[in-house]
Design a protein around this ligand. Structure first.
Ligand SMILES: NC(=O)c1ccc[n+]([C@@H]2O[C@H](COP(=O)([O-])OP(=O)(O)OC[C@H]3O[C@@H](n4cnc5c(N)ncnc54)[C@H](OP(=O)(O)O)[C@@H]3O)[C@@H](O)[C@H]2O)c1
Length: 355
């Protein structure tokens, strides 16, 4: 196979970190990882600490990367939970700085993969047409995914490289200091509830408990990103990518409680942001008692994402037909995914053993 060199922008995030891990695991790739913080992964890759908002810093730090063949763009501003107007220019700048630094110097550039999500369909705004298809009409902006897509479509014209984009939802996997991570929200919420002697109460709205929901395993996403970036007929396409099954919290919740050896309590809608704000000392006691990795409470979980997931009382469903028609057939069982990820986190001493 000809030499392939990946540049991962946003390598400490839940997308970038797990893509980095995947490329290290499968081998055959030279890898350079970009982020301000250093990823917590060992292995044969170069990390460059760079502020991607700063164009001159990008040019100075990335100028030697002339042999990059594939760019995986998974950087996003940390306040990106909302699709606020101010985020459009910030997130466009992040992408432009990477593309416009690399394109003139990387003579063998073949592909730029960049991330989107179900918010493309306005899933954050209220009930939307489901199952959502890639060619559904856009919602009223702002939505920085639209600006990034339009920029890439224009930029690619007449070029030898092409692009693709993944639209996952509720990406599940391990990452530290990652604001959008349901796996961590559930694990830390359950662990603290148990420490306080409470049953595991679903914190969401009544509609949320019953609505259809979807998740994307970060490993599955990494495999799909590499597939999109290296499969010629995926050029210049966007794909929904979720596990391939659907959940309702009302079905899964008692099983999650059993997994943590807890009783499932009554559903009670609370703001996790407000209710969990003062639980840092409980978490620190748990870390001490079980000899866990000393990750600060503010970094191990970001509660706004919990409220973001558990508030909407409508179905969140993407159509996977296009992904399947183009040839990606992998499936992950969402229940098993959560249990596997939490078992991994116990082995890594992130959360305590079940007792
Ligand atoms: N998480 C989800 O559930 C989800 C769902 C659907 C779609 N998505 C999309 O997937 C993409 C990645 O999301 P994510 O959840 O992986 O994000 P994330 O965990 O917040 O990671 C963001 C990454 O961007 C880097 N970054 C941010 N600002 C930077 C800067 N100025 N300079 C250099 N690096 C910078 C961060 O690194 P440092 O902070 O170390 O610099 C980090 O590695 C986004 O487009 C998001 O909208 C995510």
């Amino acid at each position: 196979m000809p030499k392939q060199k990946a540049l991962i922008a946003g390598a400490t995030g839940v997308v970038g970190r797990n893509l980095l891990k995947h490329l290290l695991d499968i081998g055959g790739w030279e890898i350079t990882a970009l982020s301000r913080r250093k990823p917590d992964l060992q292995g044969a890759y170069e990390h460059i600490s760079v502020d991607l908002m700063d164009a001159s810093q990008c040019r100075a730090s990335l100028g030697h990367l002339t042999d990059v063949t594939h760019i995986f763009f998974a950087a996003v501003t940390t306040d990106a939970l909302a699709m606020a107007p101010a985020l459009v220019s910030k997130n466009l700048t992040l992408l432009r700085n990477v593309v416009e630094t690399m394109e003139p110097i990387a003579a063998d550039l073949q592909h730029i993969h960049f991330m989107q999500g179900t918010k493309w369909y306005g899933s954050h705004l209220g009930p939307f047409k489901t199952p959502a298809r890639e060619d559904d009409p856009r919602h009223m902006p702002p939505n920085f995914y639209y600006n990034q897509w339009d920029y890439m479509v224009e930029r690619q014209k007449g070029k030898s490289w092409n692009y693709s984009s993944a639209r996952p939802h509720a990406i599940s996997g391990f990452a530290i200091g990652n604001p959008s991570n349901l796996t961590m929200v559930l694990a830390i919420y359950a662990t603290i509830s148990k420490e306080l002697g409470l049953p595991l109460c679903h914190p969401g709205t009544p509609g949320n408990y019953q609505a259809l929901y979807q998740c994307t395993d970060s490993g599955l996403l990494a495999r799909a990103m590499v597939w999109m970036a290296t499969t010629p007929h995926c050029a210049n396409q966007a794909f929904n990518i979720t596990n391939g099954d659907l959940i309702r919290w009302e079905n899964l919740w008692p099983k999650i409680a059993r997994h943590f050896n807890m009783e499932a309590g009554a559903r009670r809608h609370i703001s996790l942001v407000k209710t969990m704000a003062d639980k840092g000392s409980v978490w620190e006691d748990i870390v001490r008692k079980h000899g866990l990795r000393p990750i600060a409470y503010k970094d191990i979980v970001l509660w706004p994402y919990g409220d973001f997931v558990f508030t909407p009382g409508y179905d969140v469903v993407s159509n996977l037909g296009k992904l399947r028609q183009f040839g990606f057939h992998e499936y992950v069982d969402t229940e098993q995914m959560f249990f596997r990820l939490w078992d991994d986190m116990r082995r890594e001493k992130i959360i305590p053993p079940v007792h």
